[in-house]
Design a protein around this ligand. Structure first.
Ligand SMILES: [Zn+2]
Length: 191
């Protein structure tokens, strides 16, 4: 397979994982897209509710792409070298989102909820305990993302294949692909 095709496939699974987990958690996804410069792509997930629970969900969704890359390395033999290249380009943006939501969440948990965005704009000063809490939240989100990506892999694969065919999916198209993916239960039932 040519390098560009491999990169496109990586992007499709990565963005599909962000999008599927966001929908499974009840978040609005404006669109999912692959292609453009270096086959980067994006999944545009809206922040509609500013609650602790939602920040946890967004933190988790920010790690979904990473979790999909790791799963694919095992299942489709993506080489370590390709994965490193992916990390540099794609994970930089995800890391920024992870930082944003772990910071917001830590401010919430510390009771500094009155003006979260203003605090972030001003440059948040965390205590050592808050720093530790933020790090723990990120670790928990990574584990949760891996579990959910594994659980919803059939839907993620289906959405990835649809992205490879048509490059862009609206939320309705995304939901239709997720609905058509065989559930684990359905498969077990057939036997
Ligand atoms: Zn990503």
């Amino acid at each position: 397979m040519k390098a560009i095709e491999e990169r496109t496939r990586d992007a499709a699974f990565h963005e599909a994982a962000h999008a599927v987990l966001a929908r499974k958690l009840g978040m609005r996804v404006d669109s999912v897209f692959i292609g453009g410069e270096e086959e980067r792509g994006t999944a545009i997930v809206q922040v509609e509710e500013h609650t602790e629970r939602r920040y946890e969900d967004h933190l988790l969704v920010s790690w979904a792409g990473w979790a999909a890359d790791h799963k694919r390395r095992r299942y489709e033999n993506v080489s370590e070298q390709d994965l490193s290249a992916l990390y540099k380009a794609r994970h930089k943006a995800d890391k920024r989102l992870s930082d944003l939501f772990s910071t917001r969440l830590t401010l919430f948990k510390s009771g500094r909820i009155s003006n979260v965005d203003a605090e972030i704009d001003a440059g948040v000063k965390f205590t050592a305990e808050e720093r530790q809490q933020a790090d723990e939240l990120v670790l928990a989100a990574r584990v949760a993302a891996q579990v959910l990506v594994r659980e919803h892999w059939r839907a993620i694969s289906r959405v990835a294949e649809a992205l490879l065919r048509q490059k862009t999916l609206s939320q309705d198209e995304l939901d239709a692909e997720i609905a058509r993916a065989p559930s684990r239960r359905a498969k077990a039932g057939k036997r």
